[in-house]
Design a protein around this ligand. Structure first.
Ligand code: ADP
Ligand code: MG
Length: 244
């Protein structure tokens, strides 16, 4: 359902995304791995409209979203959370959720319907429940732990009811125990929310344990795609990335 066709983006002489063609099946869970500078974040930035591709297509259910604005892409159902949590420091958790749903009213009014106040509250409540933030609803975002800020960032993406959720290093900056808690949450969201999830992750133990599909990027290109067992045994991947 999400089809990337010959996607390219250069910064000066650096080909950050180099002719990438990939399919993400409806309801799949995919890890994107690759060394630093491989083009993982750029790939997400192109899909979410934060960057405009030089060429190529980004087809979501057949509609080409390449080069469209981030709000338009969100309205088509692609949500994302950032490598560094992108939140509003002075808003409480609950205010953050409500602000996001209210911003989404634009989508509702385009469809000639408005979310009643009760529905707005329900959606905010639901997102807080999914991410385990209900007990922290009155805390301002700045006072949350690093892990909870990352959860809030994901809640912010989820409250807009995406079909595809892109997570840029959800476990960045976390200790081992916190990492596994986060990744269990990601897996739970994927299993219960009927969404396609793509996440960037450095920890190979995590990737091989929980991702049914893996994409390996290197110098902006796809080095390999496949199931964990195949990736583990892939000569090119071992040489370029996993080491011996
Ligand atoms: P990753 O997320 O895999 O570590 P990035 O996508 O951040 O890699 O970067 C891929 C390459 O593109 C790197 O060489 C990086 O320096 C370059 N790059 C990324 N964003 C920009 C930018 N906005 N301007 C110039 N170069 C960039
Ligand atoms: Mg990155």
């Amino acid at each position: 359902m999400l089809e990337i066709r010959s996607l390219s983006k250069s910064f000066g002489g650096v080909r950050a995304t180099d002719n990438v063609t990939l399919d993400f099946a409806d309801g799949s869970l995919t890890a994107v791995i690759g060394p630093n500078g491989a083009g993982k974040s750029t790939f997400f930035n192109l899909i979410t409209g934060a960057l405009k591709p030089d060429s190529g297509q980004i087809l979501l259910n057949g509609i080409d979203l390449a080069g469209r604005s981030p709000p338009e892409i969100v309205r088509h159902g692609i949500g994302r959370a950032f490598q560094v949590a992108s939140i509003f420091p002075s808003l409480t958790v609950q205010e953050t959720m409500l602000a996001a749903v209210c911003a989404d009213q634009r989508k509702a009014s385009v469809l000639h319907r408005r979310f009643p106040l009760a529905e707005t509250r329900d959606r905010a409540e639901h997102a807080m429940e999914l991410l385990g933030l209900v007990s922290k609803r009155n805390r301002t975002a700045a006072t949350l732990s690093h892990g909870d800020q990352k959860l809030l960032d994901i809640a912010l993406a989820l409250v807009l009811d995406p079909k595809v959720l892109l997570l840029d290093e959800p476990t960045a900056g976390m200790g081992t125990e916190e990492r596994w808690r986060m990744i269990d949450k990601v897996r739970e969201l994927w299993e219960t929310q009927n969404i396609t999830v793509v996440f960037i992750e450095h920890d190979m133990d995590i990737v091989f344990k929980i991702a049914p599909e893996i994409v390996v990027l290197c110098y902006g290109r796809i080095l390999a795609t496949g199931k964990p067992d195949a990736i583990r045994r892939d000569e090119a991947v071992i040489e370029a990335y996993l080491g011996t």
